[in-house]
Design a protein around this ligand. Sequence first.
Ligand code: NAD
Ligand code: TYD
Length: 369
Amino acid sequence: MRMTEGERTMKTYLVTGGAGFIGSNFIQYMFRKYDRQIRIINVDALTYAGNLENLKDVENRDNYTFVKADICDKEAIEQIFADNPIDCVVHFAAESHVDRSIRNPEVFVQTNVLGTAVMLNCARAAWELEDGSFAQGKKFLHVSTDEVYGSLEEDGGYFYETTPYAPHSPYSASKASSDLLVKAYMDTYHFPANITNCSNNYGPYQFPEKLIPLMINNALHGKKLPVYGDGKNVRDWLYVDDHAKAIDLVIEKGKPGETYNVGGHNEKQNIEIVTVIIETLLEMLPEEDPRRKQVSKDLITYVEDRKGHDRRYAIAPDKIKAEIGWEPETMFKDGIRQTIAWYFAHEDWMENVTSGDYQKYYEEMYNGK
Ligand code: NAD
Ligand code: TYD
């Protein structure tokens, strides 16, 4: 693939997992912010969680390229680096759902650990100079989760960048392993990287296996709302655009070798989230909409708890505020309305992603088979 002169001087991002929830929001955010000043290559294997419909608004741009490849495929990733002057890798690609990791851990090790190793090796091979230093302006941004820190007590404490790793689920263990590989590259080779550990995201394009879109979708169809355990587990919810902004700022301003925690200052029990969703749906659905009749708190059903269910996650985003100037901006009451409005306007999207394999997953997961 030959470059034009203009393409050579544009900052070039290799985004992995850009067809998923956060990756697709990030790509759209970046084009809104930088328009023609950047080029993005999106590499994604299009697993059940990857959907090119998420990128309809950007797919015809001449500064956007999609490559279908598995991040574990070393030759394919090497080829992308050989063909393109990559300045920055933004590594989202992962298996991301805790419940799936409990049922089938192997693929989490494969993609999250081995896939990250391939990405690190290929970036290092492409960027390292003869004297072992790295060319100016290169950066590997590893997108990770606060779940690597384990679980907090109900009544206090926060995750800081210095909190020891104590993952519990196969998902968080695989993400912790990938973080440690990135840290090893930073320590051993002075590889120019940052890690961001972010709390739970919500917003448009989130796959309905995760709490918020699952509850919105079920409520609109008059289906039960399965709340695990006593419903009092706490998560710290962040609107996805705020996460995209944090990643962009860490790429630009983060000191190489540093980790930044990203969080919403927005702790909520799961049952509160489900209740807010029902109340907001009832506020937003017009009187004459037939789906209104089905939406009710009576749909809430307490089900068997998740195995090893972490009780509470909460981030103190002090370091990213002090060093980078980032803070969460979207209030939950606004973010949840925007999210619900998006799902109202994208019924086709929801129908497409919930056909086929999703039905099978849902049956197996929630009927306890
Ligand atoms: P997602 O499951 O919606 O998307 C993952 C994407 O990665 C999909 O497009 C999928 O096709 C792709 N992918 C999976 N395996 C691949 C492989 N082997 N090769 C290439 N592509 C592959 O996930 P998400 O919620 O958007 O999460 C993105 C990243 O952010 C993950 O690394 C996750 O650990 C992290 N994270 C997520 C949250 C959250 O609340 N969702 C919070 C903090 C951090
Ligand atoms: P989830 O969206 O899967 O994110 P994570 O497990 O990575 O935090 O779940 C968020 C919380 O909601 C978690 O405490 C588990 C709970 N939950 C339910 O109660 N019912 C559900 O059907 C799902 C998917 C999650």
